[in-house]
Design a protein around this ligand. Structure first.
Ligand code: C2E
Ligand code: MG
Ligand code: MG
Length: 568
């Protein structure tokens, strides 16, 4: 049969070689982790490997003789047909597409098609399929992390910047106005600090939801971070932006239920209009931000359009903030002390520490001009610690030098008091300065009592260590008597507003009388603040008041002047 020996030998070798390659190819297909298939020139499956069966869930027999295009979503048919045509012409092709799973959903795949060429003729097509669903899920995840806020699922600052830029380009083409609303929640930090971060998070989610549900399709809302949201209204005008701002204020004002408690939160909204208040995204955001600060100054829970004059005011405020930060590093603060006089003992028994800012250029700045800014920026926390430490240190020195003082009063801001580690810091400072806790009286205001539960624990904790608590400016706020009794405090300081008019306003006199009566019943110390005249003093003595503080005796004094009073 084999006539040509040489030829016959090579034929046997080639046949063996072919079967070797065929065997290797089959084994490769069988064990490949990627799906491999063969198509006829008509695009019909002629072979599929186990990995492809596992990937798409269709059995081999279901697939053989069916068209490749039966497994491709309609919207991707054209590109897949083109791919097969090009492969048929002899080139290797590559595409990311989708493939039908037996469940009915489409799998994301990476497909390479290779022409099967024998004797320079394309006889069929071979395909390799890689499942990239996971990769595309990961890609989606990366995209989500880059462009969306994980808490509220709103677009984040990145996506906001991109969308705003796009919107501005469109707006320029159409010559129409665009409004940017900068929304900041009022006193959110306080909510976060007092109720915990998880309650704060829940609150932000509710606010985000309310913002979204009150907007139409064209509006765009994003969370910039913290409690700051922005909203962009395309093709709008000033009256419409005002209406939207009012709607948002109303929507956010509804009580928010967290942990079976109702919370109220309000927004301050600043609005800038394109093109008037800024031509590019950063200018528009800056203008709206400045307007938002003005809304806060106006008393919060309101909206404010940007005005050119606001830029200057905000610049000044920012400069103040920077100076305040620098002064904190450079220690540009001093304490003055105002004596508290015991009328029965007829001598100074207590001192109230009052901070002053020695501004390098502006001179001595009174606390009411910078404490609110320090509170807003959180700088009150380090400043408050400095005040407490400096006052305790100084008071301890005076005691060591033989002064018979019994009380050091230190004012504590609500922000400072609400810090989780507040009590611990007070005790540490007392230890550091070696001042006996019995001497220290912390002055808090009635407004601090609103977060009743957290306040009561802190006060109990501090009092158990011997520290005393006074309610400052008493009579100006709303603190139910039951609260005072439950909390357990040591001293009430009658607000100086009542003392100022005590001689000529019978109503104020009655209020003072009832406070005196109440303090007696509750066995509290009572101090009248702001006593300026002998007449006021006489009247207070008549009302059985034992301790007073005011310009009549002494203004708050720098420590050297005070020493000459203490050691005269
Ligand atoms: P306050 O704690 O009620 O302090 C009393 C304020 O009344 C002081 O003003 C004092 O100078 C003033 N004063 C005292 N006697 C009289 C008087 O007879 N007539 C008048 N008209 N005023 C009198 P100051 O030092 O300007 O402090 C104002 C407020 O600033 C303080 O009110 C307190 O709320 C806050 N503050 C002062 N120092 C500190 C501090 O160290 N920390 C904190 N958190 N707040 C402080
Ligand atoms: Mg005070
Ligand atoms: Mg006061």
């Amino acid at each position: 049969m084999i006539r040509d020996n040489k030829k016959g030998h090579s034929f046997v070798k080639t046949t063996r070689q072919n079967s070797f390659f065929e065997h290797r190819y089959k084994s490769f297909c069988q064990h490949s982790p990627d799906g491999i298939f063969s198509l006829s020139l008509e695009g019909v499956f002629t072979d599929v490997n186990p990995a492809l069966v596992a990937l798409c869930g269709h059995s081999k027999s279901q697939m053989i003789e069916r068209s490749y295009t039966d497994y491709i979503p309609t919207e991707r048919l054209n590109e897949n047909i083109a791919l097969i045509q090009l492969t048929k012409k002899g080139s290797v092709q590559h595409i990311q597409t989708e493939f039908l799973h037996v469940d009915g959903h489409f799998i994301q795949i990476d497909l390479t098609t290779i022409p099967i060429i024998v004797d320079q003729e394309v006889l069929g097509i071979q395909g390799i399929i890689k499942d990239v669903s996971n990769e595309s899920a990961r890609q989606n995840q990366i995209e989500e992390m880059t462009y969306y806020d994980p808490l509220t699922k709103l677009p984040n600052r990145n996506l906001f910047n991109i969308r705003l830029k796009e919107l501005l380009e469109q707006t320029d083409d159409n010559h129409c106005q665009l409004a940017l609303l900068f929304i900041d929640l009022d006193r959110f930090k306080l909510v976060n600090d007092t109720l915990g971060h998880s309650a704060g998070d829940q609150l932000l989610k509710v606010v985000a939801h309310r913002l979204k549900e009150n907007l139409n399709e064209e509006a765009f809302v994003a969370r910039l971070g913290g409690d700051e949201f922005v909203l962009v209204l395309g093709e709008t005008d000033q009256p419409e932006a005002a209406i939207i701002a009012q709607t948002i204020i109303k929507a956010i004002a509804k009580p928010i239920r967290i942990n079976e408690q109702n919370f109220l939160i309000t927004p301050s909204i600043g609005i800038s209009l394109h093109p008037h208040d800024g031509n590019d995204p950063s200018m528009l955001v800056r203008s709206a931000d400045i307007a938002m600060y003005q809304a806060k100054e106006k008393g919060r829970n309101c909206y404010q359009f940007y005005l050119q004059s606001m830029g200057e005011q905000t610049k000044r405020k920012l400069e103040m903030e920077r100076a305040l930060r620098e002064s904190l590093i450079n220690n540009d603060f001093i304490l003055h002390y105002q004596p508290q006089v015991d009328l029965e003992l007829d001598r100074i028994t207590g001192l109230e520490a009052l901070v002053r800012w020695e501004h390098p250029l502006l001179g001595l700045i009174p606390p009411l001009e910078f404490i609110p800014l320090a509170e807003e920026t959180g700088l009150i926390v380090p400043l408050g610690e400095w005040i407490l430490r400096a006052a305790c240190q100084q008071f301890h020195l005076w005691l060591e030098r033989g002064c018979s003082l019994t009380r050091l009063s230190v004012n504590i801001s609500v922000i400072q008091f609400d810090q989780d580690n507040f009590c611990q810091r007070v005790i540490e400072i007392l230890e550091e300065t070696e001042l006996d806790p019995e001497y220290l009286e912390l002055e808090i205001t009635e407004s601090q009592m609103l977060n009743f539960d957290s306040v009561i624990d802190k006060i109990k904790n501090l009092r158990s260590k011997g520290v005393k608590i006074a309610i400052d400016d008493f009579g100006t706020g709303y603190s139910p008597l039951s609260h005072l009794r439950q909390i357990g405090i040591d001293t009430l300081k009658i607000d100086k507003g009542f003392i100022t008019n005590i001689c000529n306003n019978p109503r104020d006199k009655v209020i003072v009388q009832s406070i005196v009566y109440m303090a007696q019943m509750m066995k509290l110390n009572l101090i009248a603040e702001g006593v300026e005249t002998a007449e006021q003093l006489k009247l207070l003595v008549g009302e059985n008041l034992k301790e007073v503080q005011g310009f009549y005796f002494s203004r708050p004094l720098p420590f050297l002047e005070l020493e000459s009073l203490l050691f005269k």
